[in-house]
Write a protein that binds this ligand. Structure first.
Ligand code: UD1
Length: 365
């Protein structure tokens, strides 16, 4: 029997991180690589569309856990994943990113004596009100392989007492996916479909609980958008969490008063990549989009008070501007007036992170 490596995905940002690894594993016949999907995200537009766009194989195992509060969701993944592990007995479980599926599967694996590899380790916002920060901290403490995307990750992990031998600076698998798919994305028809002109619109994404779960805070952002859409169209592919909140807070009328704000369903990977690449600039509270805009050379204004990805600030096109109306309007106008931040691509964000990770894992057998 060949040694088995089980790769875990759960939520939308996991899919583009695991795709380059699955591709790389194909080159090695020494071990069997399987894919497990927890089903944390389950809608066609949040999950299946990404499998198709990224050329990901169908998951070998699908847990179908769905949405719930944090305790219930994390707990359900753990219960279901434990039964799978007892049967499958992989040598290594690979988890990516910082979602609930990441910590749930890492915790079950380590308790069964299965080695855990954490891809995108060491990132820290130092904001423990973010569920992702808790997931990152705990996953890193129990992982055997910590694959980091930027040097800040090593400093953070060493301060937390992680053995240097476990830390591997390999680059960024999310950027592997971006570089692999950029050419294909160029032929997406999304700009025509939405009647947009290259370089003459802004892309907006919003889904952090800290921005959309409070009515007052969400309103701060909508008031800024109301000003900005007078100058340039804004496209807003809306995350289900934010859509639920918009309805719950009764903001539909407010949106109707903004003809320049185009709210769409969530987009697939290729359409979204095209949309990002041709944007004048991007407004976001996502983690991964801060990195993608840096590589695309598109200015990014991050509507948060911190970032776990500081290299996008020190080297990239990203600016942290908080989430208050005045700051969002002011910083947007600066870019519209020709004062956009320029950046460069960080070290090892070269499309070969997946290759480096698989080589490290292979050496451990
Ligand atoms: C999760 C991750 C977050 C990541 C984000 C990307 C955690 C703690 N959070 O947040 O780190 O940035 O995914 O999207 O793991 N829903 C659907 N369809 C789906 C999935 C969710 O309609 O396929 C709705 C449900 O109403 C659900 C809500 O969206 O309650 C939020 O989903 P959830 O997975 O709990 O958190 P996200 O905000 O998506």
């Amino acid at each position: 029997m060949k040694p088995k490596i089980m790769n875990v995905v759960g939520a939308r940002p996991n899919f583009m991180k695991i795709a380059p690894l699955m591709e790389e594993f194909k080159k090695y016949s020494e071990f069997e690589a399987t894919l497990l999907h927890t089903g944390q995200h389950y809608d066609e537009i949040m999950s299946k569309l990404f499998f198709d766009d990224l050329g990901l194989p169908q998951p070998d195992i699908y847990l179908g856990v769905g949405s719930a509060n944090h305790g219930a969701q994390t707990g359900q993944i753990m219960i279901d994943f434990e039964s799978v592990l007892l049967k499958e007995r992989p040598e290594i479980v690979v988890v990516v990113g910082d979602v609930n599926s990441t910590i749930a599967c890492a915790l079950v694996a380590v308790k069964q004596g299965v080695k855990v590899a954490h891809v995108e380790a060491g990132l820290r916002s130092f904001d423990r009100t973010m569920p992702e920060e808790i997931n990152r901290l705990l996953t890193d403490q129990i992982s055997d392989f910590l694959f980091i995307t930027e040097k800040s990750g090593e400093e953070n992990l060493l301060k937390e007492g992680i053995d240097k031998k476990k830390i591997h600076f390999v680059g960024n698998v999310m950027i592997d996916s971006l570089l692999n798919h950029l050419k294909k994305a160029q032929s997406s028809k999304i700009l025509d479909d939405l009647d947009l002109k290259s370089g003459n619109y802004i892309t907006l994404t919003l889904h952090r609980p800290s921005n959309v779960d409070s009515k007052q805070q969400f309103l701060q952002i909508l008031n800024a958008l109301s000003e900005i859409q007078k100058e340039i169209p804004i496209v807003f592919p809306i995350h289900p969490r934010s859509k639920n909140r918009l309805n719950q807070f009764g903001f539909e009328d407010k949106l109707k008063e903004m003809p320049g704000l185009l709210v769409t369903e969530p987009l697939g990977y290729l359409d979204f990549l095209k949309l990002l690449a041709e944007s004048k600039f991007v407004l976001t509270d996502s983690g991964g989009i801060q990195e993608e805009t840096t590589v695309l050379g598109v200015p990014c204004l991050t509507l948060r008070n911190n970032t776990e990805r500081p290299v996008t600030i020190t080297q990239g096109t990203n600016l942290i501007i908080g989430n208050k109306t005045e700051a969002i309007v002011e910083e947007s106008k600066k870019i519209l007036n020709g004062n956009a931040k320029k950046g460069r691509r960080p070290d090892l964000w070269d499309g070969k992170a997946g290759k480096r990770i698989v080589e490290v894992l292979l050496r451990s057998f």
